[in-house]
Write a protein that binds this ligand. Structure first.
Ligand code: C5P
Length: 298
């Protein structure tokens, strides 16, 4: 019988994020390209007689009650399997909280995968994806990883061919942004919303490994409103512009991902941004990387 399962789950950046109309359920139609990056949540599940959660790292201050997506994931999976949600979960968080990098979704994805193994359920990947989508729009992608196009709410995924590797400098902020608040500001900004689609030229550059073109032409419809709401993220974007580095707001922000071309000295850039004071922390991240996976079970 398995008594401990350890799972690693990546955070993500959005290389492309086109927003369409708001549906009756409050969700917006999206055409997005996710890329999983090597900033990981560690999720450990152990046998226990009830459901318990502890969080460390960047998540040390987060509530571990029913508002935590990992708790909701555990309850959903148990209900689906018709068993009691009994396990001790430990999450070591590295993905910024409320940063636009799907950290909460990654915790839910890791919980689904770890408990699927701990409880011996062995659900199909498609089944875990379906449960993930019920928890949040980004959960299916953090399960899948790599580079993928997301349509619908961002939860209908098509893997994409993406050659080459991207190096990002992630500029995080101490104050996060609420995703519903950013979408709300987007709605109030009153822009025309044609059906969202990924540009063909962009998808081709991704397939051909033209990482520079992809970074320079990255699109995020939410960037304008996210930056208007967050002076810190604005300062980070301005610092990137000053250096001539292509930069994107990740998802609903406020994390800014600066693209580091191959001929740039990443350590020098890291030192520069750490000294500049425009970010709470600077992380070097590479993508794409695989989605949620088991690293140890005993
Ligand atoms: O699914 P998730 O809980 O991550 O979404 C958080 C919020 O972000 C939603 O309640 C909604 O306000 C907004 N959202 C949206 N359209 C999407 C995804 C998220 O409006 N496609």
């Amino acid at each position: 019988m398995i008594s401990t399962v350890r799972v690693k789950v990546p955070g993500k950046v959005n290389l492309y994020l086109a927003v369409g109309r708001r549906e009756e359920d409050g969700y917006h139609q999206l055409a997005t390209i996710f890329q999983a990056v090597d900033v990981y949540e560690d999720v450990t599940a152990e046998r226990h007689d009830s459901l318990a959660l502890t969080m460390t790292g960047r998540g040390a201050h987060l509530p571990v009650d029913e508002s935590n997506l990992a708790i909701r994931a555990a309850r959903l999976l148990a209900a689906e399997a018709g068993i009691a949600p009994a396990a001790r979960l430990r999450i070591h968080k590295r993905v910024p909280v409320a940063g636009g990098m799907a950290g909460g979704s990654a915790d839910a994805a890791g919980t689904l995968l770890a408990l699927d193994r701990l409880w011996g359920l062995r659900l199909e990947a498609a089944e875990l994806q379906r449960l993930g989508a019920a928890l949040g729009a980004d959960v299916p992608f953090t399960l899948m990883g790599g580079t993928a196009m997301g349509t619908g709410r961002g939860d209908v995924l098509t893997p994409m061919i993406a050659r080459g590797s991207f190096t990002w400098l992630l500029l995080t902020q101490s104050e996060g942004l609420s995703t519903p608040a950013v979408f709300g500001a987007w709605d109030r900004s009153g822009v025309e919303t044609p059906p969202p689609a990924v540009s063909r030229t962009f998808a081709r550059a991704l397939a051909e490994g033209d990482t520079g073109f992809v970074a320079r032409n990255a699109r995020n419809d939410l960037a304008r409103v996210a930056l208007a709401l967050h002076p810190g993220a604005r300062a980070a974007m301005e610092a990137c512009a000053l250096l001539g580095l292509p930069a994107i707001v990740s998802g609903s922000g406020p994390t800014v991902a600066a693209f580091v071309p191959e001929d740039e000295d990443v350590d020098a850039l890291l030192a520069y941004f750490e000294a500049s004071g425009v970010a709470e922390s600077c992380l070097v991240a590479r993508g794409p990387v695989p989605g949620a996976h088991v690293i140890d079970e005993s």
